[in-house]
Write a protein that binds this ligand. Sequence first.
Ligand code: OXT
Ligand code: ADP
Ligand code: MG
Length: 577
Amino acid sequence: MSATPQQNGAESEAELTDGFHLVIDALMLNGIETIYGVPGIPITDLGRLAQASGMRVISFRHEQNAGNAAAIAGFLTKSPGVCLTVSAPGFLNGLVALANATTNCFPMILISGSSEREIVDLQQGDYEEMDQLAIAKPLCKAAFRVLHAADIGIGIARAIRAAVSGRPGGVYLDLPGKLFGQVMDAEAGRRSLVKVIDPAPAQIPAPTAVERALDVLRGAKRPLIILGKGAAYAQADDDIRALVEKSGIPYIPMSMAKGLLPDTHPQCAAAARSTVLQDSDVVLMIGARLNWLLSHGKGKQWGPPGSKKFIQIDIEPREMDSNVEIAAPLVGDIGSCVTALLRGMGDDWAHPSSEWTGAINAKKETNIARMATRLGKNSIPMDYHSALRVLRDVIKERPDAILVNEGANTLDQARGVIDMYQPRKRLDVGTWGVMGIGMGFAAAATIETGKPVLAIVGDSAFGFSGMEVETICRYNLPVCVVVFNNDGIYRGDGVNLSGGTDPATTAFVKGARYDKMMEAFGGVGVHATTPDELKRAVDAAMESGKPTLINAAIDPAAGSESGNIGNLNPKSALAKK
Ligand code: OXT
Ligand code: ADP
Ligand code: MG
């Protein structure tokens, strides 16, 4: 694309382009079709012109939500999601999402306009003055600034490569306002653009590392596979399934790896989690880290010290031995590593003993029966299980719908109750347990995949991105939000320990009607007090595809403090009861 030349002498008749058009052309050349952002100085025209060029530009109400949308777009597509913000405050609003993307290994690029370099560097008080590049650097994988229009192509190419190659992550690209207006010859501009070839090259594991891993696996008596969100990201679904089935090894999915194989698969040991973590002797980790979510691979959850050997597949060599010794590191991309293992296993791989799989199945049956009792109660007011039972059925009936999930009890209970059947259908708070991903993830998930979204969010969690219901209505997105409204954070029955009139720190307005928020913008709002009402409302929403918010009234006393991770919540021994 190029600007119309001014008819002013022979030289200026040459076709011209400028910074705005070069940024758009560079993104489009690299297959980036959607921008998530919030407009304003100095990037308003960038969004406008991008839309005019045929890109989809989704304007949010707050940059954090636009950033979360871009991050999850990256996770779902393996191509960097792009978030566009204004300078200083808009940039800062986008940073939580950028840092969260980096932490979760989601590829995204945060592009922020910035103020005049000369004034910023002399700290002379420019409009929205801030040294954005310096601030972004420690929070992302790479950060770049482009000062000359002729470097835009290279700048965007570097940002794309940094985001998706190796361990994926967030990248910051700083574009000063002055850059956009810089004019250059259109043909030279075209030549300056770079189409990134093979942005995330395969990383083939060393044959010796594959052999070592197979040796350790062969020696196992009680093997276990852990699938993490890296495995979901890798899109090596068929090979991963083949490895699991050929090996016969029981597996557990981390939260966002649920559905990589259906949770109902006979080898799925999610319902015997404690047993398999404790009693296994060899653990094959595929795209999962031994961080807090896995108790760092040690402690009583993992059985006696020294009782375990780990094989770890990861693209990041430095992940190995980060928490415990890795007996067989397998560094490479998951697709290549899993194919190499499959090839090396041959045709006569011995499945684990029935003693091991039998013990797991016995534990599964006990836990599933316990869960069934809870799910069987038709409690009114609804508790988590009676509400989740109907939502479990909704996903069973529509396995291609995407589930977005945040909260504490709302998160932990939904993860256990709702079986997933397809890869990359469960999106949640991830490595940080961050609240606020809800509406950004929901919007991008349907925009990127064309699938309907069911967002199950706690009333507190919803508050972090709730204003984006307007965005969901504005773009008429098929998103059904179910707010689990228990009047507060964890529980709605907290009391002010001082006896004063202020509400408890964890309590919200009682009986709030979040459904009215959706109605305010033309969507469908429903207040549901029984499992039947909830099921009817969700079915109608999923059928119609209309933006819908269901306020599911949950017993304020039903939850527990911090959900399943109350053990991480320090308590004062001195506090008054
Ligand atoms: O094997 P055993 O016997 O042990 O049993 C296990 C499984 O085998 C079994 N199981 C099953 N049984 C039967 N059937 C099936 N299908 C089945 N599946 C499993 O069940 C048990 C438990 O299994 P599970 O869940 O797999 O295992 P476990 O032990 O829980 O796993 C450990 C973990 C650590 C992997 C897991 O718990 C996990 O993934 N946890 C993630 C937790 C998390 O990230 N929480 C969110 C953060 S909490 C807190 O930080 C919140 N804040 C603060 C805040 C945040 N986060 N962010 C920001 C920006 N600001 C502030 C806030 C404000 S939460 C929050 C809001 C909360 O309020 P809301 O209103 O939103 O929500 P409500 O709580 O609903 O009110
Ligand atoms: P979970 O929270 O599900 O346990 P984590 O985010 O902790 O998952 O771990 C994901 C891991 O997957 C990271 O260590 C990351 O380096 C790795 N990873 C991501 N993509 C790939 C890939 N294509 N090939 C190999 N490893 C990958
Ligand atoms: Mg709540």
